[in-house]
Design a protein around this ligand. Sequence first.
Ligand SMILES: Nc1ncnc2c1ncn2[C@@H]1O[C@H](COP(=O)(O)OP(=O)(O)OP(=O)(O)O)[C@@H](O)[C@H]1O
Ligand SMILES: [Mg+2]
Length: 432
Amino acid sequence: MSRPFIIAVASEKGGVGKTTIATNLAVYIKALREDLPVTIASFDNHFSVDQMFALGPRPEKSITELLENIPLAELTVLGQYGVQYMASARRLQPPSHAPGWLRQRLHSAALPGILILDTRPILDWFTEAALLTADLVLVPIKDRAALVNAGALRQILTTAERVDRLWLLPSLVDTRARLNAEVRVHEFLTYAARERDYQVLDIHISKSPKVEGLASGFSSRIRPVLTHARNTAVHGQLKQLADFVLSRFDTEPNLMCGSQTGLMPEELAGISAGHHRRLVLECPCCCRQSLSDGGHFYFDLRSRRRGFMHATCLEQLYEVLKLDVADGLDDLVALTIDGPGLVGAEPRLTTHLFGADGGLLSSEEIDLDEQSSLVEMLSMMIGRSLDEAYHELILVSRVAQNAETQLADDTYRDFKLRRRQFTRELRDAGLF
Ligand SMILES: Nc1ncnc2c1ncn2[C@@H]1O[C@H](COP(=O)(O)OP(=O)(O)OP(=O)(O)O)[C@@H](O)[C@H]1O
Ligand SMILES: [Mg+2]
């Protein structure tokens, strides 16, 4: 199993905008890539993450349990703006393992998409652990002192041979302030940082009274820039920052299977764009690349994620679903998932077979209890955890096909027609 893409926002200097950047980045990434799971957690005891993302009562578990061996899915809850979060904790005690332990823990976690870690303004166990696990370290610098402080973070990353992950980001910049007639503060900071051989983003985050106001005032809620300060320069800057992060994410190898979609493989250059939109590169069952060889096409209606399963993987799926796929059936098999809360406390999976004439033949409910590999595979297909499922419909083809043929106009048109017909059949039968 591979892993999530991890971003750490760190600086030993306090009040440089770490938390504001981390929390808003989560919101902007989610807004730009709706189908990408985004999770945020903070090692700080300020509860800013909770103040922005909490939905409903305080979750039972918090980031404290991140230090234990509990499945990560039990620590993350769905929050505002579609972002998942881990509840913060007032007091976090560092465990006895070395900080590098967190990397192993997160790298073996079945948490798809992007994980953002906000850190405290000290170089403690947690900040070091976040640095060592991150694929991308963002260090906001607002003045010379913050730049000097970045040296300690760089030292840790250099020793771990991960210094290429480090990016400085001029933050809280007063764009009107100038050092002299020509040089603005962020230009000076960028220049000074590059002179010291740092990678510096060509983006800066301006200081804005409106943005400052989002986290102060009498409300216990913190509002995102995206929804409450859209007319500020910071809005465009955060969007650029999210674009930068997504470009790094898209080129990072060995991530959690099914995380990367929308990439255009060269061999599919001739295929109409609509047919390979949200194309997932790996097989949802074994997580190995499945696109170049093709296989059994699958499509999830709500997320519009699509991809290919290996033939042996599909056989395993038939087995766990106890599906008897005899002759005389249509090539497409349908799976519906009713999310928790719709029909009961747990998600419910039903399989549906159609006859060669397209009529619905049979539907069977599948018990998901203790079927963790099935649950994981279904999550890959729909691009979110089953706990977040709503009304999902997945179609899987029984016929293997190479990607070029499957996604070519004629085959795809036929698939779309049948998809509509089956959706109608299921709706008419009250099953979807
Ligand atoms: N772009 C901005 N414009 C104006 N004020 C900002 C901006 N970003 C953050 N602030 C304000 O600056 C203060 C510090 O920001 P923030 O809490 O994000 O920094 P931090 O580095 O996380 O601080 P700490 O080190 O205490 O955790 C907060 O009051 C916040 O509202
Ligand atoms: Mg903070």
